[in-house]
Design a binder for this molecule. Structure first.
Ligand SMILES: Cc1cc2nc3c(=O)[nH]c(=O)nc-3n(C[C@H](O)[C@H](O)[C@H](O)COP(=O)(O)O)c2cc1C
Length: 320
């Protein structure tokens, strides 16, 4: 059974972005569910073997904290044997196992994973069956609408197979794989999926404001919304969405508040092994839209350690 979610707004899995510090920050700001970055099933198996030799667990590889719960781990990869093994390794640590069938990146689709699987109904059925039988935790799915414009309704068959095989919730980003992030997410398709499905649907794509979140729920009747790019460098969005859905109003935050929240983020990162390049990326996002932000970002590019980064962000704070 799915856990109870404290809010309708979820944080999207984002490689290089939704690290354990940002997830925790979004959780504290009111995200109902947070999801790890997608994780290769073969890497999980290889890492677990290495870690076991040193009496360590997979938690050293996929870092998280209990405060993030309910916490979902996203897997990718279509080798059924590896999938079963990886799912069993991670099951004790996570509340939901999510499966990625949306990633458009060629290095993923070329290995018959991510969005490429949308056109492989037989393999997809076996994947869902394998996952659902491998673990007792709920298994969920994240999909795009199709691969090409002509195949943009593939989601209909995939969703039906998923439900038949015991998948408990579907997150739907209604763009095709070929679209990448161009054009708009076609929210009408979320409405259609919600109408034909008997399991909860999480609508995803192009939500950047509380008004967008309410609009998606009103227009599509989806059960939850998931926010990716709109939450990058802006964890306040979850609190704002929750307030807006309840009271039709929300508190605005200044850039000083946003920079303050970057320092909270940086403080949280000290507990984890997050790559410095990712921290720089986060710093850039927290300055997005800020007056003089492009100059700050140019300086961030040249930083080589946390002290330098902190100095630049403190200066930005003082002049914002
Ligand atoms: C930098 C970045 C990394 C992403 N990584 C993942 C991922 O690991 N797994 C996944 O299912 N989707 C991933 N996505 C897609 C998002 O989860 C989401 O579906 C997409 O960004 C659309 O939502 P948005 O308009 O709210 O950003 C990523 C998106 C971005 C921008």
């Amino acid at each position: 059974m799915l856990p109870t979610f404290s809010s309708k707004a979820f944080l999207a899995p984002m490689a290089g972005v939704s690290d354990p510090a940002l997830r925790l920050q979004c959780k504290k700001m009111g995200a109902g569910l947070v999801v790890t970055e997608f994780t290769n099933i073969h890497s999980i198996i290889a890492k677990e073997k290495q870690l076991k030799e040193h009496m360590k667990t997979i938690q050293e590889f996929i870092e998280f904290s209990d405060q993030e719960r309910p916490l979902s781990i996203q897997l990718f990869g279509s080798d059924l044997f590896a999938l079963e093994k990886a799912a069993k390794i991670v099951e004790p640590y996570f509340d939901i196992i999510d499966y990625n069938m949306g990633c458009p990146a060629p290095h993923i689709t070329q290995q018959m994973a991510g969005g490429a699987l949308l056109q492989q109904t037989n393999l997809t059925e076996q994947i869902f069956e394998t996952l659902v039988n491998a673990v007792k935790k709920p298994v969920t799915l994240k999909i795009r609408s199709g691969v090409t414009d002509a195949s943009r309704f593939l989601f209909r068959d995939i969703a039906e197979i998923a439900e038949d095989q015991g998948i408990q919730m579907i997150t739907f980003h209604p763009r095709t794989v070929n679209q990448g992030y161009s054009g708009n997410a076609d929210w009408k398709l979320i409405k259609e999926l919600k109408e034909i499905s008997g399991i909860p649907i999480v609508g995803n794509g192009d939500i950047t404001t509380p008004e967008d979140a309410k609009k998606m729920i009103d227009e599509t009747n989806c059960d939850y919304v998931m926010i990716g790019r709109g939450a990058m460098g802006n964890p306040f969005l979850f609190e704002q969405i929750n307030d807006y859905l309840k009271t039709n109003s929300y508190q605005e935050y200044s850039f000083k508040d946003r920079l303050d929240s970057f320092f909270d983020y940086l403080h949280l990162t000290s507990k984890y092994k997050i790559k410095f390049a990712n921290l720089k990326g986060q710093a850039m996002r927290f300055t997005k839209g800020m007056k003089g932000g492009s100059k700050v970002r140019a300086k961030i590019t040249f930083t080589t350690n946390i002290e330098e980064l902190e100095k630049i962000m403190k200066n930005a704070y003082l002049t914002s």
